[in-house]
Design a protein around this ligand. Sequence first.
Ligand SMILES: [Ca+2]
Ligand SMILES: [Ca+2]
Ligand SMILES: [Ca+2]
Ligand SMILES: [Zn+2]
Length: 314
Amino acid sequence: MKRTSALFVSVLFGAALVGCDTELPDGTDPAAVTDPGHSVAPSANPADPSAKDEDATFFERDCGTYISVEAAAQAEAITAQILSAEGVDSGIQTMDLTRTVPVYIHVIGSTTNPNPVTTQQITDQMTVLNAAYLSTGLSFSLVATDVTVNNTWYTMGYGSTAESQAKAALRQGGKESLNLYLANIGGGLLGWATFPSDYAARPSMDGVVLLYSSLPGGSAAPYNLGDTATHEVGHWAGLYHTFQGGCAKTNDYVNDTPQEKSAAYGCPTRRDTCTRDAGADPTTNFMDYTDDSCMFTFTAGQTARMATMMTTYR
Ligand SMILES: [Ca+2]
Ligand SMILES: [Ca+2]
Ligand SMILES: [Ca+2]
Ligand SMILES: [Zn+2]
């Protein structure tokens, strides 16, 4: 087993957590279960345009990061107020996204799978992340990696007690630091993230959770080239899905991403779901749902939005 010197192993016993958290049995649809201990799985929200087809049996991208149209509009208004109070006109002034983000990676294993990713996969993930963000000015520097064996945290679901407990125990750094949690997450999700504007209310929850097998060389094909991290870090830096808000004018609050009615999967050659809005759907964009090999773009507008969000909140 290869380990860097920065890698250390802490073994935490899940016994103390039994009774605090209720995990869904394998194969259970979270939408069909009423469990006050869990937030409603965002993908199960009927208003969520990313909600998967009922009859979809194959593995397709599903991201847990969800914000309603109303909440997004509210968040936008708050950001505008903050910028206005600081004398910034975000319509005119362009902010700079150039900065190096300190990264802490928290690997969560189980007793049967105590170290689910290799050091090489972590190195490769950092390379993929830096390559994806090269044009934006944002770069990422790995500070430390830790490995925790905890059977409850290993299968954490979105909004679960396991998630908040794992994050409370493991998170490092301040609002500027990216914490990545790698686990065998539930709900059929590849990952989820918090937005920059979420930090103030719940700093310990800040970060990105990823299905460990989405790392480069993992088993989650066609989502095993490391762009689930790229996508979730996009949310962490303030981006919405390109299909956020559907064909509405405000859409994802980025002007140069054409409006998109719903998530695109696979590797579409041409798709245009909002015909009144000029331009084909942005299916090569990192913030859509296409295969890792087919997503490779951030736009100038997305870079500007990330700069505004990072400067305002991080
Ligand atoms: Ca747009
Ligand atoms: Ca269009
Ligand atoms: Ca890619
Ligand atoms: Zn997403």
